[in-house]
Design a protein around this ligand. Structure first.
Ligand code: 13P
Length: 298
């Protein structure tokens, strides 16, 4: 029997749902029930009725699903699919930042561990960071751990002072302003769509910055026909499906996240068959982290 069919049968038998981030391999996106950005997948994880969630993404995403749905079984098919950006900051680092800026709330990008979320006041994703920071009554805000996203938010909310942590996504950090110059020359008609995890000078030189879902929506709704995409390769799959009449090029050949690409069809099959890599978060930690996450979900 084909692997896809076996996954379908196991999924049905176990009442499982498969969530996949936009950066997952095409074959994984194809078997998923829901594909989207971090914010969308968090909302789905919080509201879905299924008892088992197979989270095809990286650890912080599966952890977030477990925190939001503590009574469900959350499986991460490849247990070592991590996020180097999330690993740049520890709970102790956050406590130390809070000591230095005792009156500033901590806004924590969802790309962070459960321990870091538990020390934070509110979580955000790249699709709602500006809105959430702007809505805070405080003038000074600690924003962790992505410095580039923090810089992007600070520019949109110029009346606030953002204390930034020097974390970054190693994949998005590969893109340089020269890459933008080169594609403007090669594809002068193209719109350049960028993830705000890219460096500030790259974001400034692009035509649009947004989360993976916002990038996809922008291209879908645009009258333009050619786009250069400044985020991970995986988004090209949804774009090719929803915009068959448009052309998409990747801004930089290095925009491939090795952790997101670890999950394959056989990983999902093994996860379902052997209940492999079940995510656990202690209730003490989950209570605090959940508060920061539910404030984000509203
Ligand atoms: P999105 O929130 O845009 O899906 O991005 C998640 C991420 O990890 C970007 O690198």
């Amino acid at each position: 029997m084909e692997l896809k069919q076996k996954i379908e049968e196991l999924k049905k038998a176990q009442g499982a749902v498969i969530l996949a981030h936009n950066y997952q391999l095409d074959e994984v996106q194809e078997v998923a029930d829901y594909v989207g950005d971090s914010f969308y997948l968090s909302k789905i994880a919080a509201s879905i009725a299924n008892e088992v969630i197979v989270f095809c993404g990286v650890r912080f995403m599966a952890e977030t699903a477990k925190i939001l749905s503590p009574h469900k079984t959350v499986l991460l098919p490849e247990s070592d699919a991590g996020c180097p950006l999330a690993d740049t900051i520890t709970a102790e680092d956050v406590r130390s930042l809070k000591k230095q800026h005792p009156n500033a709330p901590v806004v924590c990008y969802i790309n962070s561990s459960a321990e870091v979320k538990a020390e934070s006041d509110i979580c955000c994703t790249s699709s709602n960071a500006v809105k959430l920071v702007a809505a805070l009554p405080d003038q000074t805000v600690i924003f962790i751990p992505d410095e580039n996203l923090g810089d992007y938010v600070a520019k949109q909310v110029p009346d606030k002072e953002l204390i930034l942590w020097k974390g970054c996504c190693v994949t998005h950090a590969k893109v340089q302003p020269d890459n933008i110059k080169a594609v403007r020359k090669k594809y002068p008609e193209a719109k350049i769509l960028i993830h705000p995890e890219c460096a500030p000078r790259v974001v400034a030189a692009a035509d649009f910055a947004g989360s993976t879902a916002e990038i996809i929506r922008y291209a879908e709704n645009s009258k333009e026909k050619t786009f250069v995409i400044g985020t991970e390769l995986g988004v090209l799959h949804s774009l090719a499906k929803s915009c068959p009449d448009k052309k998409f090029f990747l801004l930089h050949p290095g925009l491939v996240c090795p952790n997101m690409k670890k999950t394959r069809l056989h990983s999902i099959y093994n996860a379902l068959q052997q209940r492999q890599a079940e995510i656990t978060v202690t209730e003490e930690l989950a209570i605090k982290a959940r508060l920061a996450l539910t404030r984000m979900l509203g």
